[in-house]
Every structure is written in C-alpha cells, then in structure tokens.
Design a binder for this molecule. Structure first.
Ligand SMILES: Nc1ncnc2c1ncn2[C@@H]1O[C@H](COP(=O)(O)OP(=O)(O)OP(=O)(O)O)[C@@H](O)[C@H]1O
Ligand SMILES: [Mg+2]
Length: 244
C-alpha cells in the first residue's frame, strides 16, 4: 500500500477533559472562585497517545467498553474536538454521523432539516433540492417529512441523518452507533449502502457495540480500553480477544 492511500492519520493523539473537582452551585460562585484561582480540576485522559492510520477503501471498526474513548476518537477525527496533544491529519471530506440529532434542529421539519444538514455537509441548496425526494425515499419518511423533527422517534432521526450523509458517496464516513438504532429492515439497507461504497474510495470509521455488525462490515478492528489502543487487527482476532 502506498502513502497515497492514507486517508486518516492520528499521531500520538491524547485528549484531556478537565472536570471541576467539586460541584459549584452558581455561576457567580464560579466567577468568584475563578478570580481567586480556587477552582480545582480533575484531569481525565479520554485518549492516551493513540496512533492509527486508516487507508482508502477501508472500513475500520472501533470497539471497547462504555467510556473507553470511542466517541472522543470520532470527534477528534471529525474535528469537532481539538486533541490536547498529538496530530490528526485527513485527506478527504468528512460526513460525520456522530450522535443522534447532531446537525439537526428539532423545531424544523424533516424537509427543512435535510437542507440544514446538507448545508453543514457542504452541499448547496439547488443540489440538495434535486436530491431531496431520493433522500426521503431512502429514509422511508415520506409520511412524516413535513412534521417537526421533535415528533420523530430516535430511529427516524437516525434514518434521516444516515440518508442525508450517504446520499452522495462520502470520502470519509464516520458512524457512531447510529446503525444500531434503525429497525432490522433499515439496518440491512444501511449495511448495503455502506458496502456499496467499498472499493469506490470511501473510508469508514464505525463505532458499534454490536460485534456482529463490526465483524460483518469491517476489514480491521481497533480495540480501545481506558483511552488506550490495545490492539488493531483482523476482526475475528480482535473480537475474540475483546470477548475474552
Ligand atoms: N465533555 C466531557 N467532559 C468530561 N468528560 C468527558 C466528556 N466527554 C466524555 N468524557 C469522558 O471521557 C470518557 C470517554 O468518553 P467517550 O464518550 O469517548 O466513551 P465511549 O467509548 O464513546 O463510550 P460509550 O460506549 O458509552 O459511547 C468517559 O469516561 C467520559 O466520561
Ligand atoms: Mg460513545
């Protein structure tokens, strides 16, 4: 594999969250303590020196217990979060499906949200208008598309997000759990769509607690534990070690 195939590179990436040590009851109290420099923080390292390279056409799965740092890793790649140290480099345009509802406004209708979300992904209005019927059809939301998003179920949210982000083949697709929210039929459909991108140049980062899903879709799997990368390798091997 040549370096031309490199799409995502993380070098020694660490993320520290600072959590106030004690509960501060009011903003006024917070300001007073801040002026007196009396806020004590507890440092929490959500990622510790993670180095990882992902190549074109690769589907990389990320597994690990709750709180292991998986979503933090995706946020760093999506550039929603700046690493405390280390370097993240990307070659390509990212379509992030981070958490339910990110990039959506609950008061707007499904249709209006397609425009909002499409714009965030970098598409122009005309372009989205030309594709909207196809997006709604894929999401299977024809009956609900002019209702406000706050009336949607979480599965419906996820379907809409997935349909918008993948209507045009993204260069880098980042999926945090959302495939698991759809019903069985939609999961199958979204799997097929992710698979249809393979070999066409799309790179996918997939976080899931469904090891079955990971095994079916990924070529390589990274296992995170307490913010550290335990291992990266073939799905069957890594999943077996993780289970043990
Ligand atoms: N904004 C934040 N401030 C402080 N701590 C945070 C913040 N976001 C995450 N954390 C902490 O960082 C750790 C990693 O969180 P992260 O969301 O990356 O885990 P995860 O692997 O995605 O877990 P899950 O499987 O539950 O989704 C957790 O211990 C969490 O409490
Ligand atoms: Mg998470």
């Amino acid at each position: 594999m040549t370096d031309n195939d490199l799409v995502i590179s993380l070098a020694d990436v660490s993320v520290r969250y600072r959590v106030p040590h004690e509960r501060i009851p009011t903003i006024k109290e917070y300001a007073i303590r801040w002026l007196r420099r009396r806020i004590r923080y507890q440092d929490f390292w959500a990622l510790r020196s993670v180095s990882l390279e992902v190549h074109r056409n690769e589907v990389l799965g990320i597994i690990g217990a709750n709180g292991a740092g998986k979503s933090t890793l995706l946020k760093v790649v999506a550039r929603v979060l700046q690493p405390t140290s280390g370097r993240v480099r990307l070659w390509g345009r990212v379509a992030p499906l981070l958490e339910l509802g990110a990039g959506f406004d609950p008061e707007l209708t499904g249709r209006e949200n397609i425009f909002l979300n499409g714009t965030i992904l970098g598409f122009c209005r005309n372009d989205i208008a030309g594709r909207i019927d196809r997006i709604v059809e894929f999401a299977g939301l024809e009956e609900f598309i002019d209702a406000p998003l706050r009336t949607y179920s979480s599965g419906m949210y996820a379907r809409l997000g997935f349909a918008v982000a993948t209507d045009i083949r993204p260069e880098i697709l980042i999926i945090d759990e959302i495939l698991s929210v759809g019903d069985a039929a939609f999961q199958e459909k979204s799997f097929d769509r992710v698979r249809s991108f393979l070999g066409d140049g799309t790179t996918v980062l997939l976080v899931s607690h469904s090891l079955d899903q990971i095994a079916r879709l990924c070529q390589r799997v990274a296992w995170l534990q307490h913010g550290e990368l335990v291992t990266v390798g073939p799905p069957d091997e890594v999943i077996a070690r993780y289970r043990a």
